[in-house]
Write a protein that binds this ligand. Structure first.
Ligand SMILES: Nc1nc2c(ncn2[C@@H]2O[C@H](COP(=O)(O)OP(=O)(O)OP(=O)(O)O)[C@@H](O)[C@H]2O)c(=O)[nH]1
Ligand SMILES: [Mg+2]
Length: 449
């Protein structure tokens, strides 16, 4: 379904890859093309707008890791935002609670409710080992109840026996009773569809919902209807409340917009995708897999992730070696400070490092901002190589010279030297820790006074 969007995006990013260093303009014009591609894929305009804005904000001014190409960074950012667009608290079906759990299936006519009900029953029986009962509440279309019965037989799942002239509510009551007395884990209720959303339909579903108290109310929507599917979901959500969506016919030639707009327009997460007419063609929805499918750049994304890990590793290894030798001079300190500034300064690194929340306050109270970082670096760069290698030779006159060279005060220099001694002590203490733990503490140690 995403072929055309996917190939458009691929060619946009291929073009970007041919540039050497990316300027803000390069990124902006590439994103302009991404915008058009998304709109052509029938993604809703407000969704496209905020998507592009978010990506742009992050892509511009982003520090690029040395081992990757800037365009790869942009691809990674687009990929992450695609996942965010699709995801947001995406959860699996809620199957916790006292049986029988009720799952209510709703949707417009022909969206695939009955087929999907059987597909879901099949998953619940064979993958989740549940005892499942199905009931069709569709008394309007001739043979609708029979259709579910036939599907049920094909997968050995029981359906509630058909009694002519019952109302949907009566069938619901009977189905609830049977599932209780016969010990079913899950009761799936397949409802009748309507051509359009009308009041009678909403009232009927509301009544059924009030009676059956479903744990999950799933809207089955046809991906081929594009943006409409997202708006239908929004209306159902407002009128009766949904817990999830199942997007069917994604095997068709729909342009994919529905899947991308769904979450932000309706506020309801996609849970499954219908990928064909056959009973086993139902996939659990994985935002990351879909993002990969759309972007077709899984390799680039993992490359960037690896590069992000590598700078950690290289730095950790370098420091580990220093530690083994028991030496940590001002060159090493400068290196670590530069690494921090390369990673986007104090603020950037705070978002990158796990467990940083704890020292965030410390940094603020200590008044350690990016200006401070630059000042420390300029103090060190005003030193001679001997001084950097052995700070103990820094007597009063050397300190005076450095302070005037770096435009700082003697106190600033003393502070830096104290910090270096603290770090040195800490390094020795931490010799026993693993590399990873060391890196984290090493940087954290910079901030503790
Ligand atoms: N290609 C494809 N066809 C599907 C998919 N899901 C359902 N269908 C087909 O869509 C048609 C309608 O499916 P139903 O399950 O009867 O739809 P419904 O929503 O129950 O329809 P009503 O009860 O009349 O409202 C059938 O021919 C299904 O085989 C899917 O994911 N892919
Ligand atoms: Mg049906």
């Amino acid at each position: 379904m995403f072929e055309s969007l996917s190939s458009r995006l691929t060619s946009i990013f291929d073009k970007l890859k041919r540039h050497g260093k990316l300027s803000e303009e390069d990124v902006t014009s590439a994103l302009r093309e991404v915008r058009v591609a998304l709109l052509e894929a029938d993604v809703a305009l407000p969704v496209v707008k905020s998507f592009i804005e978010d990506v742009k904000k992050e892509a511009i001014g982003q520090e690029v890791l040395q081992s990757i190409h800037p365009s790869q960074m942009v691809i990674k950012i687009v990929h992450d935002h695609l996942i965010r667009l699709l995801n947001a608290d995406n959860k699996e079906l809620n199957l916790a609670g006292a049986p029988p759990l009720v799952i209510l299936m709703v949707g417009l006519q022909g969206s695939g409710k009955t087929t999907t009900t059987a597909k879901l029953a099949n998953v619940l029986v064979h993958k989740n080992n549940k005892k499942v009962l199905m009931a069709s509440l569709d008394i309007y279309r001739p043979a609708a109840q029979h259709q579910l019965d036939v599907l049920g037989k094909s997968i050995h799942v029981n359906t509630v026996p058909i009694i002519p002239n019952e109302s949907p509510l009566q069938i619901t009551e009977r189905a609830l009773k049977i599932s209780k007395t016969e010990g079913y884990d899950i009761l799936l209720l397949d409802t009748a569809g309507r051509l359009h959303i009308d009041i009678a339909l909403m009232d009927e579903i509301s009544e059924i919902k009030a009676k059956a108290k479903p744990l999950e109310t799933l809207l089955v929507a046809d991906a081929m209807t594009g943006q409409d599917a997202a708006h239908i979901a929004k209306t159902f959500q407002e009128k009766i409340g949904l817990t999830g969506l199942i997007l069917t016919r994604i095997d068709g030639d729909a342009r994919g917009g529905a899947a991308l707009s769904m979450r932000s327009i309706s506020g309801v997460p996609i849970k499954f995708l219908g990928t064909g007419e056959k009973i086993d063609q139902l996939e659990v929805f994985h935002p990351d897999r879909l993002a990969n499918r759309i972007l077709g750049m899984g390799d680039v994304v993992s490359l960037v992730e690896k590069a992000m890990e590598t700078i950690d590793q290289e730095e950790a290894e370098h420091l580990a070696k220093k530690m083994q030798k028991g030496s940590f001079d001002l060159n090493d300190m400068a290196l670590q400070l530069k690494q921090i500034s390369k990673m986007g300064g104090m603020s950037g690194i705070m978002n990158l490092l796990p467990g940083i929340g704890k020292i965030k306050d410390k940094i603020q109270t200590a008044g350690l901002d990016d200006r401070f970082l630059k000042q420390q670096l300029s103090i060190i760069s005003s030193m001679t190589p001997q001084e950097k290698g052995d700070p103990r030779i820094l007597n009063a006159s050397r300190r005076r010279r450095i302070s005037s060279g770096s435009g700082t005060t003697i106190q600033d220099i003393n502070k830096l030297l104290k910090q270096h001694r603290d770090m040195e002590t800490m390094m020795k203490r931490m010799g026993k820790l693993g590399k990873k733990g060391f890196l984290r503490q090493g940087i954290g140690g910079l901030f503790s006074r």
